[in-house]
Design a protein around this ligand. Structure first.
Ligand SMILES: *[C@@H]1O[C@H](CO)[C@@H](O)[C@H](O)[C@H]1NC(C)=O
Ligand SMILES: *[C@@H]1O[C@H](CO)[C@@H](O)[C@H](O)[C@H]1NC(C)=O
Ligand SMILES: *[C@@H]1O[C@H](CO)[C@@H](O)[C@H](O)[C@H]1NC(C)=O
Ligand SMILES: *[C@@H]1O[C@H](CO)[C@@H](O)[C@H](O)[C@H]1NC(C)=O
Ligand SMILES: *[C@@H]1O[C@H](CO)[C@@H](O)[C@H](O)[C@H]1NC(C)=O
Ligand SMILES: *[C@@H]1O[C@H](CO)[C@@H](O)[C@H](O)[C@H]1NC(C)=O
Ligand SMILES: *[C@@H]1O[C@H](CO)[C@@H](O)[C@H](O)[C@H]1NC(C)=O
Ligand SMILES: *[C@@H]1O[C@H](CO)[C@@H](O)[C@H](O)[C@H]1NC(C)=O
Ligand SMILES: *[C@@H]1O[C@H](CO)[C@@H](O)[C@H](O)[C@H]1NC(C)=O
Length: 342
């Protein structure tokens, strides 16, 4: 009872004195409204959890329309599955898995993704398992090997292009956002000549600055003039590993970039990294679920829903409120109104 009264008083105090002066922008970490998901047909999931985690907690919202598993193995889900080309050692297995996956119309496969980060997974799939979590972000452990644009084009023509004849739309190999990524893709396309049907460009981007990602997307749009699929992206600092985005940086970065992608005609689909319990070395604040596999507030933000618990806890808001009060009063008298409100 005391706590309630106390909270009520504090809330009133805040409403009366603080909120009118402190815009959301001035309170790092407070996000007072959910992102509007303006084009729910674009959002997808990179899903490396097989069926150990409930995928329906995302898909039942109707705000996620597709998923991929970095392989040709689907998982149990009621949204469209997008297989990915992998494996040279186990190439026969890729082909037969594809045939099996395609024969089950319930997976609604319409598209096939090319190689991931210009490497080919050479993993022991003898147990038919999905990529292990560990192998996902640790190429050297997974035994991925870099391939040249010419090798990539040859493999594409042999193993990927035939699925065009089976009616699938084909995505390019997805380059990383390192400077060589774009030139690799240009080399790949020229080595392909007119023998590859690349219906859309798949790509990844890791960084911390939303406007740099937007410029990068626009550059890809202008260079390749094909629809884009961003199949991995996150707020991740590779230039300085000790300077990672805070969770509120991630919230803002996701909001800004996803809003842009929702509204950009040339972006067809995207999948945030990642919907996983263990982030494979990527800044954990980018996770769309907690360590128990339960969707978290960032996950809810991603699918366009409520993310009120991303906001500061009320106690933290109150503390900030009290701390800021003297500053607000001082600035109120010292500065013109316009400067306080901006
Ligand atoms: C496949 O498409 C049909 C018809 O649009 C739909 O009813 C079904 O739910 C879809 N299934 C999956 C797994 O996407
Ligand atoms: C892929 O496998 C084929 C057949 O085993 C082999 O001829 C080819 O050299 C391999 N390509 C690469 C890039 O490893
Ligand atoms: C893939 O499988 C199909 C159907 O079994 C077969 O016709 C085709 O030759 C195979 N392609 C490769 C590259 O092995
Ligand atoms: C983000 O990148 C843009 C364009 O390169 C730059 O102008 C801006 O200062 C950067 N923002 C931050 C916070 O570094
Ligand atoms: C994307 O590319 C198309 C040409 O393919 C162009 O018309 C359009 O303006 C580009 N969009 C942006 C935002 O650059
Ligand atoms: C990396 O980030 C840390 C923490 O922000 C900072 O102290 C350090 O100077 C940065 N290093 C470089 C090389 O920028
Ligand atoms: C999300 O981004 C959009 C577009 O940049 C912006 O208008 C909106 O204010 C942002 N929302 C939040 C809660 O930051
Ligand atoms: C949503 O995106 C898809 C794919 O880019 C596009 O075909 C569709 O027209 C978009 N819908 C809206 C309402 O923007
Ligand atoms: C789906 O997205 C819409 C539009 O942003 C949103 O209003 C709705 O709450 C979302 N649904 C869920 C279950 O998150």
């Amino acid at each position: 009872m005391f706590a309630l009264t106390n909270n009520l008083r504090t809330t009133l105090y805040c409403l009366l004195f603080c909120l009118p002066f402190v815009s959301a922008r001035n309170v790092p970490g407070s996000h007072l409204q959910a992102r509007d998901l303006t084009n729910s047909s674009k959002a997808g999931l990179g899903w490396a959890n097989a069926d150990t985690v409930d995928i329906r907690q995302y898909t039942s919202t109707g705000n996620v329309s597709w998923y991929y598993t970095w392989s040709a193995f689907p998982t149990k889900s009621d949204i469209e599955f997008v297989p990915m080309f992998w494996g040279n050692k186990s190439i026969d297995q890729f082909n037969s898995t594809m045939q099996q996956t395609l024969s089950n119309k319930a997976y609604n496969v319409t598209s096939l993704l090319g190689m991931n980060e210009l490497r080919i997974w050479i993993i022991d799939h003898s147990a038919n398992q999905l990529l292990t979590k560990k192998s996902l972000r640790r190429p050297e452990l997974a035994g991925q090997s870099n391939i040249t644009p010419e090798e990539g084009a040859d493999m594409w023509k042999t193993y990927v292009q035939p699925f065009h004849d089976q009616g699938l739309r084909l995505g390019s190999p997805a380059p990383s956002s390192s400077p060589t990524g774009k030139t690799w893709l240009q080399g790949f396309l020229s080595a392909c000549g007119d023998e590859c049907t690349v219906d859309f460009i798949a790509m990844h981007w890791y960084g911390t600055n939303a406007s740099q990602l937007i410029s990068y997307l626009e550059d890809f749009n202008n260079t390749f003039q094909k629809p884009l699929w961003i199949t991995e992206w996150a707020c991740q600092n590779y230039a300085n590993l000790t300077a990672q985005c805070s969770s509120s940086d991630v919230v803002e970065f996701m909001n800004a970039t996803q809003s842009y992608m929702d509204n950009a005609d040339f972006v067809e689909r995207y999948a945030w990294f990642g919907a996983m319990e263990n982030m494979q070395g990527i800044n954990e604040d980018n996770a769309l679920m907690d360590n128990n596999g339960k969707i978290n507030s960032l996950g809810r933000q991603y699918i366009g829903g409520d993310h009120s618990d991303v906001s500061l806890t009320s106690a933290a808001v109150m503390t900030r409120c009290f701390l800021r009060f003297p500053i607000i009063i001082m600035t109120w008298f010292a500065l013109p109104l316009s400067q306080i409100l901006l």
